[in-house]
Ligand binder design. Sequence first.
Ligand SMILES: Nc1ncnc2c1ncn2[C@@H]1O[C@H](COP(=O)(O)OP(=O)(O)OP(=O)(O)O)[C@@H](O)[C@H]1O
Length: 263
Amino acid sequence: MIELQQVTKVFNPGTPNENVAIRNLSIAIQPGDFITIIGSNGAGKSTLFNLVGGTITPTMGSIFAHGRDVTREPEYKRSRYIGRIFQDPLLGTAGNMSLEHNMMICAYKGMKSLKVNLNSRRRTQFRDHLVELRMGLEDRLKDNVGLLSGGQRQALTLLMMVLSEPELILLDEHTAALDPHNAELVMELTTKFVEKFQLTTMMITHNMHQALQYGNRLIMMDAGEIILDVSGEEKRNLTVPGLIERFRKIRHQDIDNDELLLS
Ligand SMILES: Nc1ncnc2c1ncn2[C@@H]1O[C@H](COP(=O)(O)OP(=O)(O)OP(=O)(O)O)[C@@H](O)[C@H]1O
């Protein structure tokens, strides 16, 4: 379980550009949770991921992983148990390396050992895994990843992350840069892997329908705070107009974000 206790993040403290991006935020992420996260531009969603993933450290407050204080643990150590996918499909894989060499890197990570050889048994394993993507990539092991489409590349990133057996995956609008068809394919794969491997997941989206459709828990952020945290039955019964109304009641104002409202 990952837990944030009263975490605050202030950028440029003590300067005219001081910005409280996360404000006294507490959350316990339970094993098996699939949390969708929505909120207007600048609400603090990516900053929350940066704190959980160890990219930045809190100004105040603490972060725990299974009761261990990891507040100051650097990103490279946290990446052993936390996976992250970004909006940009180019970020998760090395474009100038072949599919099989990209997959070797994640094999090292998952096996936590340096004794991994690229032999025919391993190639067969890679092919078997790639078949699950249903994109024909199992026949392209020697192709450079830079030749793949954005959707294929994001699907490969997802597969590689899953194979490295993370305890928590952070999906930072990972379908937003794809065309609708590929976005749907990658979302299908995401839910398939989340269910198959019982992955604890946090997913940022600007699409309210997506936030309601997926996961067992929904968080709405605003001005660095979690203003709504619903799960189970309560989440299942929520609708987009219901979400907008909940925001209005909590903040006494309308949502001021076209992307959220039009999605
Ligand atoms: N490295 C940084 N230095 C200074 N300010 C930052 C930094 N990172 C984020 N911020 C500020 O923190 C606030 C929260 O930003 P964040 O990127 O977390 O929002 P977000 O909810 O992910 O927004 P979006 O939906 O637009 O991506 C914003 O005001 C942003 O300008």
